[in-house]
Write a protein that binds this ligand. Sequence first.
Ligand SMILES: [Cu+2]
Length: 189
Amino acid sequence: MMRLERLGASLAMLIACVSACTNGGGLGGISTGGSGPPSPLPSAGVGIAIPTGKIGVEDDPVWGTVAGYTQNKTSQVLALPPGAKITLENLSSNTPHTLNVIGTTSGPPPKWPANPSLSFTPKGNGVLGTGYASGTINPGASVTVTLSKPGIYLIGCAYHYIEFQMRDIVQVVAGATPGPTASPGSGGY
Ligand SMILES: [Cu+2]
């Protein structure tokens, strides 16, 4: 009697283990395809929009005024882990934008150039770093960029850097967290 019960329990555990191990191995094989560390964010991405609309303008306590870029719904200082591959999505339905790297910095305050030369065509081979340009991202469109070069970057939009102060900070630093988000502006993106 005792032996039969133990045998039954052992068989049940064996079946459960085979099932779980098969599923786990398959999923693990899929998720570890890249060479860099996996992103901690479930859907890592940056949204881009005009600062006069819903995305708003954030007066960040550390970096000052930033606008036009977010990892949430409204403008904020960005922070992403080195090695991540993310999408840059234009949230607008009618306005093109870009994400250009203007320069690097070692810390606040940012020194924004008055009139930088910002490319409207892609530069930097899809890797965020000095000289990177997304190229024009049309309304609703997105591009991917790889964050294999750690650093703190000053970024801006080639269309709206001057007219709408569309500029931000992106920290490609392990353990860094995004800044507080702006109050939503009026209208849509
Ligand atoms: Cu723009």
